[in-house]
Design a protein around this ligand. Structure first.
Ligand code: GDP
Ligand code: MG
Length: 598
């Protein structure tokens, strides 16, 4: 039966369209926080999120709202991340709700993540309340934005709400619309417990915290529960809700969202999407779960100073406590020594983790070229999942190699279509659709993930002055003519720089890598050859000339002091972050520079 007094909803939007700002406004207007308590963007709790302005972990808040109909309602609001790398987190928040607020910046219009997220919501039958944000800005265009929402997404905008997260205009209207338009949850309050495990994370004080949505029955303190996927039993220690501060209560009932703790010590025992039930009264069927997140981008992380290996290991362990979506295992490289092979949801995820390791754990890190996971089909029928190009088996033993493909959706002003299509084509893309809303084009492509994972988003942004947006999902694995490109510096292979590339690109990429390294590896007092090779065959070569001792005194003319300082800086930096390969020192920038090649 319907649980009339509750509304559970997610907020979805493209990044920067105002999701967190509006969530804070809603919390504030429901009395969740006083003005004094309301720091900017309470929902974005981690430092890095605050600085980069992105929401990584979805957050939940329970609010009380007295509506115009005179009744009191409970609103459970889930903030969702906006970046493509974290679309999995969006999907699990959506499962806990019946409806979504769709925020579109009325100065920008519909973007790729708007589309990706709203489709996920429509897939699971969410009702959608469209909100047109930033009406306080002169560039706000309500009619155009509405038309785009109708044309591109295909939902009705008759009741779309104009609002401003900045001035607070329209926030009351959003709340009223939530009550009127979004369905209340359905569930049986007296039935046996069935509860969805929405999310889990590690808290220093509480241990593993589990976010749950109760579907039927109730979950209460001291109850003996069971995780249906593992049949493991636990005693519920704490039950609570976030208001947004954590508040202990005695029980959560059908339709409600809150957290429990059970004394679980390891995050991996809590499987997102699992069904939690009463250990003594298991239901016949588990709830439909959702598919787990899987790392798609892999790279090696090594301490610049090998004495920091243990520190790196501890850091990775601590970060994984709170982020089960990244993986790591020990790796040893002949060039870089002991380190870890790590898997991430995408490049932004990789950047966030490495930044946190450097910042929070004070480790000087060396990151190797990121790559995707290949399926290597051996002649004997065995299939190897290759995460590290340096462990590719002998080519003669390989039957064929498959690589992951994505479906990319790009939304852009149509004036940029030409160059975008060219880039997609150059990256082995296959166009599958093109449609328009006014001068806005929606473009679909199937492209190998390896071709877009590094810098596609950045290139798209710079090509279109930031006006195009991009989203993707992995669709399948397809056979490709892939080879391992090896790099030799001073005739020594640098395993950390080897990468998988398509045969047709090997020559070009090989040449670019050599040129980059020529510019990025500081001169030594001897000549250094830099070579790219496939198997035993050299396909590109550059030479770093040796310098004489008086190199600095040779810089003359205008701006010489400037150049001299730059050169010194560069050398100093190289010293601080470099790594010795035989007789040659390769700075961290050289590794990063190689990543930027397309
Ligand atoms: P999110 O990435 O969707 O969570 O977006 P944020 O809530 O972090 O907002 C992105 C930026 O837009 C921030 O700088 C906000 O201050 C700003 N912003 C949000 N809503 C409004 C609004 O209604 N008017 C104006 N002028 N700025 C807004
Ligand atoms: Mg945000």
């Amino acid at each position: 039966s319907k649980i009339d007094h509750i509304r559970n909803f997610a907020i979805i939007a493209h990044i920067d369209h105002g999701k967190s700002t509006i969530a804070d406004r809603i919390i504030h207007s429901c009395g969740g926080l006083t003005e004094r308590e309301m720091k900017a963007q309470v929902l974005d709790s981690m430092d890095i999120e605050r600085e980069r302005g992105i929401t990584i972990k979805a957050q939940t808040v329970k609010l009380n709202y007295k509506a115009k109909d005179g009744k009191k309602y409970i609103l459970n609001i889930i903030d969702t991340p906006g970046h493509v790398d974290f679309s999995y987190e969006v999907s699990r928040s959506l499962y806990a709700c019946e409806g979504s607020i769709l925020i579109v910046d009325s100065t920008q219009g519909v973007e790729a993540q708007t589309l990706a997220n709203v489709y996920q919501a429509l897939d699971i039958n969410h009702e959608i309340v469209p909100v047109l944000n930033k009406v306080d800005l002169p560039a706000s265009d309500l009619e155009k934005t509405k038309k785009q929402i109708e044309d591109v997404i295909g939902i009705d905008t008759e009741n779309a709400i104009p609002c401003s997260g900045k001035t607070g205009e329209g926030i009351e209207d959003i709340l009223e619309q939530i009550i009127v338009s979004l369905p209340s949850p359905e569930g049986e309050k007296d039935a046996n417990l069935r509860c969805l495990l929405v999310d889990s994370w590690y808290d220093t004080y509480l241990g593993v915290v589990i976010l749950v949505r109760v579907i039927d029955g109730k979950i209460s303190k001291n109850m003996k529960i069971k995780m249906m996927s593992t049949n493991q039993e636990y005693i519920v220690e704490k039950v609570g809700v976030f208001t947004p501060k954590a508040n202990d209560i005695n029980e959560l009932n059908a339709g409600e969202i809150g957290f429990i703790t059970t004394g679980i010590k390891v995050l991996s025992e809590t499987k997102v999407g699992d069904t939690i039930c009463d250990a003594s009264k298991p239901p016949e069927e588990a709830l439909p779960g959702f598919k787990p997140s899987k790392p798609v981008v892999f790279c090696g992380l090594f301490p610049v100073d090998s004495s920091e290996y243990q520190k790196l290991k501890d850091g990775l362990g601590k970060l994984q406590l709170n982020d089960a979506s990244f993986s790591y295992e020990a790796e040893s490289s002949s060039a870089l020594g002991l380190g870890f092979r790590c898997g991430f949801l995408g490049l932004l995820h990789l950047e966030i983790i490495t930044e946190r390791l450097e910042r929070e754990f004070d480790i000087n890190l060396l990151t190797t070229t990121p790559g995707v996971v290949y399926k290597v089909h051996m002649n004997k029928g065995e299939v190897i999942e290759l995460q590290n190009p340096s462990s590719l088996p002998e080519p003669t033993l390989i039957n064929y190699i498959e690589e992951p493909w994505i479906k990319a959706t790009i939304i852009t002003p149509d004036e940029y279509l030409g160059p975008i299509i060219k880039v997609c084509q150059d990256k082995r893309g296959v166009q599958t659709n093109l449609s328009y809303s006014g001068n806005r084009a929606v473009l679909s492509y199937e492209i190998p993930l390896n071709e877009v994972v590094f810098d596609f988003n950045d290139r798209l942004k710079s090509m279109t002055s930031g006006y195009a947006s991009f989203d993707y999902e992995i669709i399948d694995h397809r056979e490709g003519e892939l080879v391992k490109l090896g790099i030799l510096v001073n005739a020594e292979p640098v395993d950390a720089l080897s990468m998988m590339v398509h045969k047709d690109f090997a020559q070009i990429v090989g040449r670019e890598v050599c040129e980059k390294l020529r510019d990025l590896i500081p001169r030594h007092n001897f000549m250094i050859p830099v070579q790219a090779a496939i198997g035993g065959k050299i396909i590109a070569r550059e030479t770093i000339k040796g310098f004489k001792k008086d190199v600095l005194t040779k810089i003359h003319g205008g701006g010489a002091r400037d150049r001299k300082r730059k050169l010194l800086d560069k050398q100093k930096k190289g010293k601080a972050r470099g790594k010795q390969f035989g007789k040659v020192e390769i700075p961290q920038e050289a590794f990063i520079g190689v990543l930027k090649i397309n």
